[in-house]
Design a binder for this molecule. Structure first.
Ligand SMILES: [Zn+2]
Ligand SMILES: [Zn+2]
Length: 369
């Protein structure tokens, strides 16, 4: 039995410059070359791992190619239930809104008056879940995406997220306000009119529960805020930073699952939308515009994604552990028509990626306008 105990001398098969090695426990030079060897990376926010396989990107693609939906060309569509002045299926008529417009989803998944009982019968456990589902039209224009809207108009979207977070968060029986957008038919979004959703729920949803627990543990153990420490490490290394402005940094997280996954992180500690200072709103709007424009340039297509903001639970507590942030999860892998599938090992075991997060960040840096 030979064991590879030799340490150094590892060559990078692709000829690319190896990534700087991470410091490792035990002293001496680490044998794990992240640019060369398969490995897994920890997401400290959730405690979950992603498998990274740097050598697999060269394999030929013979799989599914997605058909591209044509971009809408109409500024106003008389058949769209989100356009100003139009009638919705519920019978309500949209106002002639000049900027953003928020309303209760006509087919809401949750209602505020749902009973809150808990039923437990051995392993069969259920409890009432109540909440509110709101729809936010980003703009009266049917044909614009976040990437195409003026930064001042995207700032109005940020204002609406602030307002909804405060209003919904102050209601009885609401523990969390989740802001999100599904963009593109490939993500299951049937209406091209630019809009997002805001769901307020009585319980913390899974992702928020995990992130709250992990950030709390980190604060208790080290007396520091996890994502502030993380941002500092990333800014020092630089290899996964896409761009930044005075108040926000956009990066591909070390543990990214989706090919071009990114996060928007504030530079100072901000628990949620309600804590944003006036100067931070245009900076966030500008970061959103810049990021979505870079995505569109990457494969020369209106880039699909699911995005959303994670913020502290509502209810008035300080939540000193919490750092608000946005996640962008775009499904495209190597062109406008080749999508990453989360199947097989990824469904049953652990997410896996071939494109290095560092390479994805470099591509997004190059996609500057
Ligand atoms: Zn419309
Ligand atoms: Zn998060």
């Amino acid at each position: 039995m030979t064991s590879d105990g030799g340490g150094g001398g590892k060559r990078n098969r692709s000829g690319a410059t190896p990534l700087p090695s991470l410091p490792h426990k035990g002293g001496g030079a680490p044998r794990l070359d992240l640019g060369e060897a398969s490995h897994r990376r920890l997401n400290p926010l959730t405690g979950e791992w992603t498998v990274v396989s740097p050598h697999r990107m060269q394999r030929p693609w013979q799989g599914k190619r997605e058909a591209l939906a044509a971009a809408p060309s109409l500024a106003y569509d008389p058949g769209c239930y989100l356009c100003p002045g139009n009638l919705r299926a519920s019978g309500a008529r949209n106002p002639d809104y000049p900027h953003t417009f928020v309303f209760d989803n006509d087919f809401a998944a949750l209602h505020l008056d749902a009973p809150s009982d808990r039923i437990e019968d051995g392993l069969l456990v259920a409890e009432g879940e109540s909440g509110l589902c709101r729809v936010l039209c980003f703009s009266p224009r049917h044909d614009l995406t976040l990437a195409q809207m003026a930064v001042a108009d995207v700032e109005r979207v940020v204002d609406a997220w602030v307002e909804e977070t405060i209003n919904l968060g102050s209601r009885e029986g609401v523990a969390s306000v989740q802001v999100f957008e599904n963009r593109g038919e490939i993500m299951g979004c049937s209406n091209p009119h630019p809009h997002g959703q805001i769901w307020a729920t009585r319980h913390l949803p899974n992702e928020l529960e995990k992130e709250t627990r992990r950030q709390t543990e980190y604060l208790l153990e080290r007396g520091r805020v996890m994502l502030i420490d993380y941002l500092e490490q990333e800014l020092n290394r630089g290899e996964r930073i896409v761009f930044s402005n005075a108040h926000f940094v956009v990066l591909v997280p070390f543990w990214a699952v989706w090919p071009f996954e990114t996060m928007i992180l504030p530079r100072r500690r901000i628990g949620g939308f309600d804590e944003l200072r006036p100067a931070e709103k245009p900076a966030l709007a500008s970061a959103l515009t810049e990021l979505t424009q870079r995505y569109d340039r990457l494969f020369d297509v209106s880039f699909p994604y699911s995005m959303g903001f994670h913020q502290k639970p509502t209810g008035g507590a300080v939540h000193a552990e919490w750092q608000m942030h946005a996640h962008f999860y775009p499904p495209l892998l190597r062109s406008a028509t080749v999508k990453k599938f989360m199947v097989g090992f990824e469904m049953l075991a652990s997410p896996q990626r071939d494109l290095m997060p560092e390479a994805a960040a470099a591509r997004l840096r190059e996609a500057a306008g």
